[in-house]
Design a binder for this molecule. Structure first.
Ligand code: GRF
Length: 204
C-alpha cells in the first residue's frame, strides 16, 4: 500500500473510548490532516471503544496482560507500522521498551491540570472526586508526552474548566471531557504528527 504521508497512529484504550471518538470525529472533519488512525489497541476484550473503532473501519488489536505481553504489544505496533501512540483512557503502564522505541512520540490525556491530581492511582472518577474534596475552583485536562513515570512527561497542552458548586464527580467528569479533553487531544495529536513528519519531534 502506498503511504499518503499521514502519520500512522495507534490509539490505546481500556474503556468507553469517548476520546477515541473525538479523534475519529476530528479525522472525519479534516482537523487532523497529518494523522492516520491506523490501529486501536485495547487491553480489555470488552472495552466499549472497540465498537467505535469497528464502526470507523479502524483495525483493532486486543492485547491482554499475561505472558509475553510486552512482546505482543510491540509486535502489534510493528505489524501496523505505527509511528505515534495516543493513550486515550488506557489504564496500563506502557512497557519501558515501547517508551524508549517511541520516545517523544507517545501522548496521554489526563483529566486534571497536572501536576495536580496526577500520578499513580489518580485516574477516572477518582480524579474528579479528589478535585471536589479539595475544593479547588478550577480544574481541566492535560495532554503530556509519556515517559517511564505516570503523568510526569512534558506537558504539551492544557485547558481549564470551572468547578461549579453543585458539581458531582460525574458532572465534572463530563464537563472536563466535553470542553477540555475532546478539544485538546485531537489538536495535540495533529501537532505531534505534523512535527514528526517534518522531522521536528524534538521540538515538543
Ligand atoms: C478520560 O477522562 C481520560 O482523560 C482518562 O481516562 C478517561 C477515558 O475516557 N485518561 P474515555 O474512555 O475516552 O471515554
Amino acid at each position: 500500500m502506498v503511504s499518503d504521508g499521514r502519520v500512522r497512529t495507534a490509539v490505546f484504550i481500556s474503556g468507553g473510548g469517548t476520546n477515541l471518538q473525538a479523534l475519529i470525529d476530528a479525522s472525519a472533519q479534516g482537523t487532523m490532516p497529518s494523522v492516520e488512525l491506523s490501529l486501536v489497541v485495547s487491553d480489555r476484550p470488552n472495552a466499549g471503544g472497540l465498537a467505535r473503532a469497528e464502526e470507523a473501519g479502524i483495525p483493532s488489536a486486543v492485547v491482554v496482560p499475561g505472558e509475553g505481553f510486552n512482546a505482543r504489544l510491540a509486535e502489534a505496533l510493528t505489524a501496523h507500522r505505527i509511528e505515534i501512540i495516543v493513550l486515550a483512557g488506557y489504564l496500563r503502564h506502557i512497557p519501558n521498551g515501547i517508551v524508549t522505541r517511541f520516545a517523544g512520540r507517545i501522548l496521554n490525556v489526563h483529566p486534571s491540570l497536572l501536576p495536580a491530581f496526577g500520578g499513580k492511582g489518580w485516574y477516572g472518577l477518582k480524579v474528579h472526586r479528589g478535585v471536589l474534596e479539595r475544593g479547588v475552583k478550577i480544574t481541566g485536562a492535560t495532554v503530556h508526552v509519556v515517559t517511564e513515570d505516570f503523568d510526569e512527561g512534558p506537558i504539551v497542552a492544557q485547558k481549564a474548566v470551572e468547578v461549579r458548586p453543585d458539581d458531582t464527580p460525574e458532572t465534572l467528569q463530563e464537563r472536563v471531557k466535553v470542553t477540555a479533553e475532546w478539544q485538546i487531544l485531537p489538536q495535540a495529536t495533529q501537532d505531534l504528527a505534523r512535527a514528526v513528519r517534518a522531522g521536528r519531534k524534538d521540538t515538543l
